[in-house]
Design a protein around this ligand. Structure first.
Ligand code: AGP
Length: 611
């Protein structure tokens, strides 16, 4: 999704801004641009369609330089990805604006501005902000009060940064519904939509809150206001270090992140496992009392995070005996929901900034009647974390590949910890918890063994490269894993993939099965194995080619049209976490064979901050 970088310093900032844009490339974008103020307060701008490298060429050719500036990567919402629509947008020669999000009332504002003689050069909603700023700067004594006035006129979601030639020592920024952080430097200050953009210049950040407006001035002065009042916001050190955002020796971030899973799962478990049970304090000091009152759970999430929620539903009902509903946030937020008594409202999100998930949380808070809200999230300081009553952080570290991998498996781990904490609060110690705590302790080692299948899966992937469709099957907790496998394959290889609970096959999708439709099945040694085997027979009988990821001890053997890859034996409760790995690796290798842009697949964004 769109990215913002801004800087005010005594030194020249164009390279800092450019490096920031490169670090934001993973979020997905289709054009990029930069505007800076030179020492003699002249505003210069360059924009380019396509990759940041195209902008870099233009910047070099133009010799653009300055000590104050803003830059942007755009992911088209209003208007096509053209140079005219790329940010920064200007009004006249003095003022430039970058914007993430959507201005919902832009048509009314635009009509009004056109009536006053302003001429629009782009199809974007953002250009209204440029013209509004131009008008208000002429009516106010300083940039900040003009900006505050403009912000008050905007409906919708935004993170904004503005620079103006009449105020050559500052930039102003604001957030409402889209993330924006202030990077604290020594005698210099920065703005970005994601701290990762600024790790080359600082590791200290102020996470702006909803409705905050900030003014950054040369010399490193940072002022923050909310509703017109000056406010103090704490700064925090970004803990993961700059190394976490480099690819190292891996060809793609996605592959690196797949191979990090053993370590990040160990990190997510750290300090949370007792000898025979999960510590209930994983949700904070008062959690024992609150957890004891949970009678229902409502999970809300999008995409891959939604699939994690679907797995958790099986766990929460079976192991904690708590009725659980799971829904995609974009539906939940617009539905008239009935809230059963004692409902814990759980959101799942890697980024903590997904617009629909955040809106669902706000809808739930407004509606009331929930016991509490809990965010299971990977980004400390994100909107979801700040706005929830309780948090359970995954420790996946920064995830750069658009296709979510380690964030998903750490979400599963966190959800299993939550399940076991709820069971413990209800019935104290028991052997099931002791067994699963043990299995969780073993999990990082098991993940390493699972990842050792990488080259066998790479060989298998050749069978998919020329296919146009694929079908994934699983039963029980393996059904959401099949859904996740299908999502991964379509997301990065652009092969159309569907997933079904295997028992549904004969109710329709079996009609699709022929020798051109590879069928992938996940077959741990669980109580549904025999049922799954019958479903696989149904596929074979129709000439379908089977690719089965099966427990090393189950009797599913290789034969003509049946390819079996043996997985390490695993407790069937833990199996969904382990069986995710081969599906991630399969989609990765198929995408590499197809030559797609694995880390930044077409049309997609890492953090979906618009509806
Ligand atoms: C997964 O590979 C996706 N890119 C996507 O489905 C993602 O999981 C979804 O957009 C939700 O994101 P979140 O976890 O950051 O809220």
């Amino acid at each position: 999704m769109c990215g913002i970088v801004g800087a005010v310093a005594d030194r020249q900032v164009q390279n800092i801004l450019l490096e920031g844009l490169k670090r934001l490339e993973y979020r997905g974008y289709d054009s990029a641009g930069m505007a800076v103020l030179s020492a003699d307060a002249r505003l210069s701008r360059q924009r380019a369609v396509g990759k940041v490298a195209a902008l870099e060429e233009k910047l070099q050719a133009s010799g653009l330089r300055g000590h104050v500036g803003i830059a942007h990567t755009r992911w088209a919402t209003h208007g096509r990805p053209t140079e005219n629509n790329a940010h920064p947008h200007q009004s006249g020669d003095s003022l430039a604006v970058v914007h993430n999000g959507i201005i919902e009332n832009y048509e009314i504002l635009k009509a009004d501005l056109e009536g006053q003689g302003y001429v629009f050069l782009s199809e974007t909603d953002t250009e209204v902000i440029a013209h509004l700023m131009s008008r208000e700067v002429s009516r106010h004594d300083d940039l900040l009060s003009a900006f505050q006035h403009v912000v008050d006129m905007l409906n919708g979601a935004y993170a904004l940064a503005v620079t103006h030639a009449d105020y050559p020592d500052q930039i102003v920024g604001a957030r409402k519904g889209s993330p924006l952080v202030v990077g604290v430097g020594i005698d210099e200050a920065f703005l970005a939509s994601d701290p990762l953009a600024l790790l080359q210049v600082t590791d200290r950040f102020i996470y702006l809150q909803e409705g905050d407006v900030a003014r950054l001035t040369v010399g490193g002065n940072i002022e923050i206001f909310n509703a017109g009042q000056s406010v103090e916001r704490p700064s925090a050190i970004f803990e993961h270090g700059d190394g976490a955002v480099s690819r190292g020796d891996y060809r793609h971030f996605m592959l690196k992140e797949i191979h990090e899973q053993s370590q990040v799962i160990a990190n997510t478990l750290e300090g949370r496992l007792g000898d025979r049970h999960v510590f209930t304090r994983i949700l904070g000091a008062e959690a024992d009392d609150l957890l004891a009152h949970v009678k229902n759970i409502q999970i809300v999430a999008c995409g891959t995070s939604y699939h994690a929620g679907m797995v958790a539903r099986y766990w929460l009902e079976k192991l904690a005996g708590i009725p659980t509903q799971v829904e995609v946030a974009s539906e939940y937020r617009y539905r008239e929901v009935v809230v059963p008594e004692g409902t814990l409202f759980v959101t799942l999100s890697q980024s903590g900034e997904t617009a629909d998930t955040l809106a669902a949380l706000r809808y739930a808070s407004q509606k009331g009647g929930y016991l509490a809200s809990l965010a299971i999230c990977n980004v400390p300081g994100s909107s979801l974390v700040r706005e929830s009553d309780l948090t359970l952080m995954t420790q996946a570290g920064p995830e750069i590949g658009v296709a979510s991998t380690k964030a998903f498996t750490t979400q599963l781990v966190a959800l299993l910890l939550l399940t076991l904490a709820l069971r413990h609060v209800r019935q104290g110690d028991d052997d099931v918890q002791a067994r699963l705590v043990n299995a969780l302790r073993e999990l990082p080692r098991l993940i390493t063994r699972g990842l050792a299948l990488d080259s066998a899966i790479e060989t298998m992937s050749a069978a998919f490269a020329e296919k146009h469709h694929a079908l994934f099957l699983g039963r029980g907790t393996m059904f959401p894993i099949a859904l996740e496998g299908a999502l991964k394959l379509k997301e990065i290889s652009y092969i159309h993939a569907e997933a079904y609970p295997a028992g549904e096959l004969k109710h329709g999708p079996l009609a699709l099965v022929d020798s051109d439709m590879p069928v992938i099945a996940v077959a741990p040694n669980d109580e549904l194995l025999e049922k799954l085997k019958s479903n696989l027979q149904e596929v074979r009988a129709r000439g379908g080619e089977l690719f089965v990821f099966a427990d090393e001890h189950v009797a599913i053997n290789e034969s003509e049209g049946v390819h079996v890859l043996r997985m390490p034996a695993v407790d069937d409760v833990i199996a969904p976490i382990l069986y995710t790995l081969p599906l991630q690796l399969l989609s990765y290798h198929v995408a590499v064979l197809k030559g797609t842009d694995v880390d930044q697949p077409r049309n997609l964004a890492k953090s979906v901050t618009v509806e």
